[in-house]
Write a protein that binds this ligand. Sequence first.
Ligand code: SAM
Length: 168
Amino acid sequence: MTVSDQGLPLPQTDSYLLGKIGETDAGFVISIDRDSFPPVEGCICLKGADINATKTHAKVAEILAGKKVDVLLSDMAPNATGHKEMDHERIIELNLELLNIATHVLKESGSLVCKIWEGSRTRHFQSVLQTVFEETRTIKPDASRANSAEKFIVALGYSNPKLDVLKR
Ligand SMILES: C[S@@+](CC[C@H](N)C(=O)[O-])C[C@H]1O[C@@H](n2cnc3c(N)ncnc32)[C@H](O)[C@@H]1O
């Protein structure tokens, strides 16, 4: 099993993922953030790596060497401005780029989890996800503060990407 974790990877999260991988087969975790972050033992860490940058895509492709990932897990979010709709727009754009990456690196039947701040484009984003995933759910984990606008979309069963639907 191979997992790519974007957005300030946490030692606790990635250690949990590594534990899960250890129970299955010899996979690995790639931890990515555009900022720096403390090393996560056992993970391949890409610090200062913007997911919009071609060189990040090239580095991930080099690491994967033709293999695909089982899970794309993202806690990525732009710096919040406090302007709700603008922040929503920016996180949707980030997630569309994540989805674009998924079409290149995610295994058939793979999963994607991403953070969202809800707004006017949430429903459209979910409908785009539904064209390439069998099932999508929106969840608010217990660990997420009740007064935080964040939710997570869990998309399961990636299949047959129709790249034309990803045009913005
Ligand atoms: C909400 S924070 C992650 C918090 C962390 N997971 C935690 O629980 O403490 C969002 C992260 O997304 C990262 N991020 C935002 N845009 C990004 C991009 N284009 N490429 C890579 N990382 C990005 C930010 O640098 C930031 O560290």
